[in-house]
Design a protein around this ligand. Structure first.
Ligand code: IPD
Ligand code: CA
Length: 262
């Protein structure tokens, strides 16, 4: 049984998803135009956040808000807030690549208690509630059980556009890649975590992420039996902006390689 909050979150994600799918079809056509699709995608992104905000705040007017596009707003209830990325994987969307998602998390007293990650292009709805498990389209999710690095694949985000975390990430890749079956950079952090929860990836790490990128995914991984922690042991993921996540079997070995630099 889904909680009332979860139903509100799913409804908001589906509604924003319909708007984004319509815009995505348009973006595919815009690839050949000289001006490109940049402004159009910014508008699509903002419109998706507007729809989600209207739905969530309409249903729960006293909760706080943290959204990628509109920032932070305190609510009457200081213990609860929505953390929302209306379009995670913006660069994929802009280039007509069908790998992007809507990420919605509910935080209560500093802890994520409910999460929705919706991939409209593949019609995959990932949901999780604290203590209630994680699901994808009603199918229970479990992290993989792989324990050998050489059989495992890992996802990450490689910084783009001159972000300062590039050298550290390249060093991570140099240490990690020889030990594994491969590393993927698919361009949507929320889906990277959802895929760890689904056992598709064995682990994921990234330096320089925002709370809205990973808030929902953290709960998804934990509820599927995995770990999602700060890059430095004891760090809070949302505050530090650095994350390492994996199935429970391989987490220590994997985290040791990633943490070797810090
Ligand atoms: C980005 C994506 C990407 C990750 C970046 C994020 P955006 O979010 O999740 O995979 O590597 O750190 O900022 O900009 O597409 O919403
Ligand atoms: Ca994002």
């Amino acid at each position: 049984m889904l909680s009332a909050n979860m139903n509100v979150m799913i409804k908001a994600a589906r509604k924003a998803g319909r708007s984004l799918v319509k815009d995505f079809r348009e973006v595919e056509n815009l690839q050949v135009s000289v001006k490109g699709a940049g402004d159009f995608v910014s508008r699509a992104d903002r419109e998706a956040e507007r729809i989600i905000k209207e739905e969530l705040r309409g249903a729960r007017p006293n909760y706080g808000w943290l959204g990628e596009e509109t920032g932070e707003e305190a609510g009457e209830d200081p213990t609860r807030r929505w953390i929302v990325d209306p379009l995670d994987g913006t660069t994929n969307f802009l280039h007509g690549l069908p790998h992007w998602a809507i990420s919605i998390a509910l935080e209560h007293k500093g802890e994520i208690v409910a999460a929705v990650i919706f991939d409209p292009a593949k019609d995959e709805m990932f949901v999780a509630e604290k203590g209630g498990g994680a699901f994808m389209n009603d199918q229970r999710l479990r992290v993989s059980s792989r324990g050998k690095m050489i059989e495992s694949i890992f996802a990450t985000g490689v910084p783009f556009g001159g972000r300062g975390t590039l050298p550290a990430t390249l060093q991570d890749l140099a240490r990690l890649m020889p030990l594994t079956a491969g590393v993927r950079r698919w361009g949507a952090a929320s889906l990277d975590l959802a895929y760890v929860a689904a056992g598709r990836y064995d682990g994921y790490w990234e330096r320089g992420i925002f709370p809205w990128d990973v808030a929902a995914g953290i709960l998804m991984v934990r509820e599927a039996g995995g770990f999602a922690e700060g890059l430095r042991e004891g760090d809070h993921v949302l505050e530090s902006g650095r994350i390492v996540a994996a199935n429970a079997t391989i987490f220590d070995t994997f985290a040791k390689v990633i943490r070797a630099r810090d």
